[in-house]
Write a protein that binds this ligand. Structure first.
Ligand code: ADP
Ligand code: ZN
Ligand code: ZN
Length: 738
């Protein structure tokens, strides 16, 4: 009898599979692709995924080791996900084992059985009444009860924070006999007959047209680009498409950007449907993640909502994929497996032969070009749904205007006027901290990170200098390290400084700063949102956190400070990102009734792209930006891959990249390919966290040829001795050239 070998994908950086002998007492029927196998690897035991069994191996007999244990009786990864991972590994030039690792919940990677723990569900008591006198003085409990009442099948304990209910309120309701908890395993939850918990809105004509186009084709693959201005009711279209999908007994997958997963988004789903919703994002713990994953795999979750990696969730009855804010950069993973969740989701939809909807008010230029070429079906929503009008733009030239904490005098006047009307103001600065740099007024010394080519930001609250690139923190120096002068001055403005200044000017008005620092404490964002939602006049100061997913009905004035970087950056995507940011932030304004106004302070107020954007809108801007990309043969009119390397010694990094260039040139000549090799050059930020960084860019107008070259190149790079002392990675379709 011939031996049976197991070909296993292991979570190592190496882009190859590893052969092992099967353990002795194992039946060959158990050895299906997709099961987990524990094997000895070096000095450790690690867990990999079986890819295939075979009768031949190139590994010499004396080196061949025997697998320790088979962990699954049936494939952990169903075939479609297995194949999707293979495609992803292949396309992004990444090891299959490590790709599986990114796709699987942590507990499964660690060997946990894919089995449920019981879940707790909260229910409203039958006789509970919202008008119960005991709730008069307890608005939180009343609100919690109201939400429970909308969920006759119970609300899973893990969803509570997502819908802004705290467990405390429920416990109090329980004491009053108005709510109760029930334990059950998700297995015995059944899909509700009545899917809707709340009636859908009736569509306006634009929504109806978009909905019909997609709903009439639910049975097959198509990629739709739903380009709707902010507030045009894209979410309502998603909801009703999902409803259709659930009515047909299918599951829906909704991907959302990383920090968009605020209560508001999830609320809309949980309130609309009596459905079993699984959440997969960075705030759920490992156990919850595993439970959600299992529910989805067993068809016991109707809707999966999650960030990037939720894309790999097994869903046997998947009928629809939605990518909300498809232009968002957080869909592209920037470490390890550098995949783009939107692009891989399209592949998944194609494999499953189901529709996928990409929604955005500011579609990526790539997506618009795909629509232009007929690969995506473009559906537009040009009007705001609630009847609100799109905001008007004012470009304020600040070249000759003095700024205090970033704000020009005419801007301040506008803030005054708005507050006097009892309305709210949003000030957007994409920079945390007090000031982006500290400078000595005597000798010109500036605060720099010792480990990066970057300034350190002054944070006043903590009286520290912090590097936003590597996290390095230093105490604020008492004196200039160079000349001992004590005259150290913060230069420029970040959110802290603008907040402080506005608070001084508008003493009676609450000024709320919303950024990563001010929202670190759990619940603090909710508190601030509470004040904002109360509707009283206030000023919000914040970073892009404010620009995503929130509705601020009372904000009628938006002020955008400091986007000029987007107009002269070396990164060819900077202007696209700037435009998206402006439109998204502007979209927070005037959502209810009153028309919103947007002031953009700029030193380059007459820049053609800025003029185009503010006067003719995002699509006109996109047209112009696309024609510039075309003339310069930049993506989407060409394809890029970036080979990055970094190390402690620049010579080692350069040696590796020179070797890589030589290899690439050889392959290039053999293939007679059209791929251009640009570099190697130092990275735009040459030193980061103490490491020297450089890169080689590969560009081609033929994706196939680029991939062919990469395939051969990577295979050889892994063998290069010069690659051992440094770190390197390949980024296919990079969106950040830094
Ligand atoms: P988007 O997702 O495009 O930003 P939303 O779906 O959030 O837009 O809709 C914006 C607002 O308009 C929401 O308050 C929503 O309830 C409301 N809305 C959406 N569709 C309709 C409709 N057909 N009729 C009335 N209001 C609507
Ligand atoms: Zn000095
Ligand atoms: Zn640093």
């Amino acid at each position: 009898m011939s031996e049976l070998y197991l070909r296993i994908a292991l979570p190592t950086p190496l882009r190859r599979l590893f052969d092992y002998l099967a353990p002795s007492c194992v039946s060959s029927t158990q050895l299906q692709a997709g099961i987990r196998v524990q094997v000895p690897f070096g000095k450790r035991n690690i867990i990999g995924i079986l890819v295939e069994t075979c009768q031949h191996t190139d590994v010499p007999k004396e080196k061949l080791k025997t697998a320790i244990a088979i962990l699954d009786n049936q494939p952990l990864l169903p075939e479609p996900i297995f194949k999707l991972c293979q495609w992803t590994a292949n396309y992004y030039q990444h090891g299959l084992g490590d790709t599986f690792n990114w796709a699987l919940p942590a507990l499964l990677r660690q060997g946990e059985a894919p089995a449920h723990k019981a879940q707790y569900f909260w229910h409203a008591a039958k006789e509970a009444d919202l008008e119960d006198p005991r709730l008069k003085r307890a608005p939180r409990q009343r609100q919690a009860l109201q939400v429970l009442a909308q969920h006759p099948n119970g609300l899973a304990d893990e969803l509570l924070s997502a819908v802004s209910i705290n467990r405390e309120s429920l416990k109090l309701l329980e004491e009053k006999g108005l709510a109760y908890q029930q334990q059950r395993t998700p297995k015995n939850t059944t899909a509700s007959k009545n899917i809707l918990a709340k009636a859908p809105l009736s569509f306006n004509p634009e929504q109806q047209t978009a909905f019909d186009a997609i709903a009439s084709n639910l049975h097959r693959f198509n990629c739709y680009l739903l380009a709707g201005v902010t507030g045009s009711g894209k979410t309502e279209v998603y909801l009703q498409l999902i409803q259709r999908c659930l009515e047909q007994g299918k599951q829906a997958l909704v991907l959302i950007p990383e920090i968009n997963l605020g209560p508001q988004t999830v609320n809309r789903f949980t309130q609309r449907f009596n459905a079993r919703i699984a959440l997969l994002h960075s705030h759920v713990n490992d156990r919850q993640r595993l439970d959600a994953w299992i529910n989805a795999r067993e068809g016991n979750a109707d809707i999966v909502i999650g960030t990037r990696s939720a894309l790999f969730t097994p869903m046997p009855k998947l009928g629809l994929i939605i990518i909300d804010e498809e232009h968002d950069a957080s869909y592209k993973q920037q470490e390890g497996l550098r995949y783009h969740a939107r692009d891989v989701a399209i592949v998944r939809a194609r494999q499953a032969n189901i529709p996928i909807v990409l929604g955005s008010a500011t579609p990526a230029l790539e997506s618009l070009q795909n629509a232009e070429q007929g690969r995506y079906a473009l559906l537009k929503l040009n009007q705001r749904a609630g009847g609100a009008t799109v905001p008007s733009f004012i470009r304020m030239d600040t070249q000759s205007l003095p700024l205090t904490a970033g704000i020009a005098a005419p801007t301040q006047k506008e803030i005054e006027r708005t507050l006097a009307l009892g309305q709210q103001v949003l000030v957007f600065i994409n920079r945390r901290g007090f000031a982006p740099v500290l400078m000595c007024n005597e000798c010109g010394w500036t605060s720099r990170c010792p480990r990066c080519d970057a300034f350190t930001t002054y944070h006043q609250r903590s009286n520290e200098l912090r590097c936003h690139h590597c996290g390095e923190q230093q105490a604020h120096p008492r004196q200039c390290p160079q000349c001992q002068s004590v005259d150290l001055r913060p230069i420029g403005a970040g959110t802290e400084r603008t907040e402080e200044r506005l608070q001084v000017i508008f003493k009676k008005t609450p000024v709320l700063r919303i950024d990563r620092d001010s929202t670190q404490r759990k619940g603090s964002l909710d508190e601030m949102l509470g004040i904002i939602n109360s509707g009283k006049a206030c000023i919000l100061v914040g970073t892009q956190m404010l620009a995503k997913g929130h509705h601020f009905p009372k904000v009628t004035l938006v002020i955008i400070l400091d986007v000029d970087g987007g107009l002269y950056s070396a990164d060819f995507r900077a202007s696209e990102r700037m435009a998206q940011q402006i439109i998204q932030v502007a979209g927070r304004a005037g959502r209810a009734g009153d028309r919103g106004r947007v002031i953009i302070q700029s030193q380059l107020a007459d820049h053609p792209l800025l003029v185009q954007l503010t006067e003719s809108g995002y699509f006109a801007f996109a047209q112009q930006a696309l024609s510039e990309r075309r003339s310069m043969a930049l993506p989407p009119f060409s394809f890029l891959a970036l080979l990055r390397a970094d190390g402690f010694k620049s010579e080692q990094v350069n040696l590796f990249l020179d070797d890589a260039l030589t290899l690439a040139e050889q392959i290039h000549q053999q293939n007679n390919s059209s791929v251009e090799l640009l570099g190697p050059v130092p990275a735009p930020m040459e030193r980061k966290a103490g490491r020297y960084r450089a890169q080689l860019l590969l560009q081609s107008n033929d994706r196939k040829q680029l991939h062919q070259l990469l395939n051969q190149l990577i295979f050889n790079l892994e063998k290069l001795p010069s690659g051992r002392s440094i770190r390197w990675s390949i980024d296919v379709d990079p969106i950040d050239l830094f």
